[in-house]
Design a protein around this ligand. Sequence first.
Ligand code: KIV
Length: 267
Amino acid sequence: MTVPKFASRKGGEPLVCLTAYTAHVARICDRHADLLLVGDSLGMVIHGMPNTLGVTLEHMIMHGQAVTRGAEKALVVVDMPFGSFEESPEAAFRNASRVVKETGCTAVKLEGGVEMAPTIRYLARRGIPVMAHIGLMPQAMNTAGGFRAVRDEAQWDAVIEDAKAVEQAGAFSIVVEGVAEPLADRITQAVAIPTIGIGASAKCDGQILVFEDMVGLFPRVPTFVKRYGAMEAMMDDAVSRYAADVRARAFPGEEHTYAARRGGDAG
Ligand code: KIV
């Protein structure tokens, strides 16, 4: 998948997007997804942080490297963490170019609307494709007073302006997170680049979910998550059966042990 091919899917078959943070998960998702996002949600999902604000560029680069090793077909996009792009377009370019060079990803994602348009323009004109992220922006949780979905109609016009601004700045796609369903539909109609919804609308040009939420491996289940698996229960069952076997000396069995080698045997 390339950026132009991804962008050309506007209004076509819905784009399938998932987060991935490790090579093995990337390999699995790559069989089915058009885009793999190394999201800064890895701070919470992998590193047990309370939010995404503590995630560093080094975290993103390390997980980005793992995901590009596992992905063959899908477009790999790496999130720019809080503090790595807001200061100036130049600082954003310095950090985003490091992400692209050191991970081999194709594009970066950054949170922000109108206020980030000059930065998106600066990156896109210098060879770094940008996926924008508007609506509920987790990195703005302290100014917003928490994770707040955009439901109030009085806020809708500003979000539509954000979508238009990031499109005009050269973003190739927009993640639309946590907005009222009709607003997501209006944003999708207002721009000519694909909108990728999370807590948004089935009318978006594609959808994204956090892999661990989708397979049932993360305890918190927000409204917008549909669980397609029950991995936590499966893993808990496997660990408890292993623990019971170890305690009963039922593991390892003979088939899991090495027979002694008689002196001089080869192989
Ligand atoms: O960090 C992330 O995983 C994201 C997606 C939820 C869109 O930004």
